[in-house]
Design a protein. Structure first.
Length: 399
């Protein structure tokens, strides 16, 4: 273990925080596939299944900032616990509605409600990292570790669903989402750092976190970054199918995440002397360069190499985003600020997936990767422009 990660994980309760947060966030990685298969089986319509997954994602993006503001106002336990109970209830109702064949409309509404009540565990964790780690360099390493954790849940979630469906059914998988959410949330709320920090709400911001110009300036680059990632998420399976191997779709997506994890671990292990904002701009530019080879990929071996390369900058970019948000927010609006970033990312991912899928038929298998490069380049240019919104920071906060 490098000194950077040792400084994070040696903090009492830090390892438990990351571990319990991973379990609490696992339903987010499980839900898309499980809901898709449940609704598809009940309606025999991929369109309805896609609408259900999309409705859940957009409901999460729309409601996350509200839940984040409630966390800042009333505390973590008073918001996360009721939210996870409501989320689990919606998943149970979704299964009952599917078994009763109540129709696509009802299933889509229930999926959206489940997404709306998704507890904002990830934003809570990122807000807590700002409380726990005073040193900006150590805090950025912690953000890198959180970004790597995020990749783990996106890899593990579909695998868990696939295993459950292999031995049971999509209905059982959806019910398991609720059960894991309840258990994970209980573990998270009982973890040492959650219990020992934020016991009382000392500051409540009068204004929304969006009143901060730095945060507003970050949202567009975040959304465009998400659009680039969403396009790749559609493009990699298309590349595999074009190359004659549908099963390789999962392999390419997994390697993309592996590349992100490797990049995140490397990034967090280093001590950086450059400014945080300049690193963010540089990483977005590198993300474009790392994605470009996918445009020319036409075979599975080429896709394997290019998928790994395209993933390398993802977790480092997220780490920079989290650090920039953590540095800019005012006391009392930390969680809400991170939920706005999550909402922008989810919205961007959904738009990128839709655009990437739409351009394949008319423009070919390379088109989603062109969309990704264009969106990420736009994010890099906007990040440069956003530098003008930066407020003067204290010497200790400069990264």
């Amino acid at each position: 273990m490098t000194p950077s990660y040792r400084s994070v994980l040696s903090t009492p309760g830090a390892a438990g925080l990351f571990a319990t947060a991973l379990v609490a966030r696992l339903p987010q990685g499980m839900a898309p596939l499980a809901v898709l298969l449940l609704v598809r089986g009940a309606t025999h319509s991929y369109a309805a299944a896609g609408f259900a997954v999309g409705a859940a994602a957009f409901a999460t993006a729309a409601c996350a900032p509200l839940l984040g503001r409630l966390v800042d106002r009333f505390g973590r336990r008073r918001v996360l616990a009721p939210a996870v109970v409501l989320e689990a209830s919606m998943y149970a109702l979704l299964v009952m509605a599917a078994e009763a064949h109540l129709g696509a409309g009802v299933l889509i509404v229930l999926a959206a409600l489940a997404g709306a009540f998704l507890p904002p565990v990830a934003p809570v964790v990122r807000a807590m990292l700002g409380e726990v780690f005073d040193d900006p360099a150590v805090r950025e390493t912690a953000y890198s570790l959180d970004a790597v954790t995020q990749e783990v849940l996106w890899m593990a979630g579909p695998v868990v669903v696939a295993l459950v469906i292999a031995v049971a059914s999509p209905a059982v998988a959806v019910l398991l989402i609720g059960a894991v959410g309840l258990a994970g949330q209980a573990l998270f709320l009982r973890s040492r750092l959650v219990r020992s920090t934020g016991m009382t709400v000392e500051h409540t911001a009068r204004d929304s976190a969006l009143s901060n110009p730095e945060l507003r300036a970050l949202l567009a680059p975040v959304a465009l970054t998400g659009m680039g990632l969403g396009a790749i998420e559609v493009g990699l399976p298309s590349l595999a199918i074009h190359a004659g191997s549908r099963p390789a779709s999962g392999l390419l997506l997994a390697l993309w995440s592996v590349g992100s994890m490797a990049g995140g671990l490397w990034y967090g292990s280093r001590t950086w002397r450059s400014s945080l904002r300049s690193r963010y701009q540089l990483l977005l530019g590198l993300a474009v360069l790392c994605t470009l080879p996918l445009i020319a990929a036409r075979s599975i071996p080429a896709g394997v190499v290019c998928s790994l390369l395209a993933g390398v900058t993802i977790a480092p970019v997220f780490s920079c985003q989290y650090a920039l948000v953590g540095r800019s927010v005012s006391a009392g609006s930390e969680t809400e600020a991170f939920t706005w970033v999550s909402a922008a990312l989810i919205g961007g991912l959904a738009a990128g997936s839709a655009i990437g899928g739409a351009v394949i038929a008319p423009a070919g298998v390379s088109a989603p990767f062109v969309v990704s490069c264009a969106a990420t380049m736009a994010a890099a240019l906007l990040a440069v422009t956003a530098a003008s919104a930066r407020r003067p920071a204290s010497p200790a906060a400069r990264g």
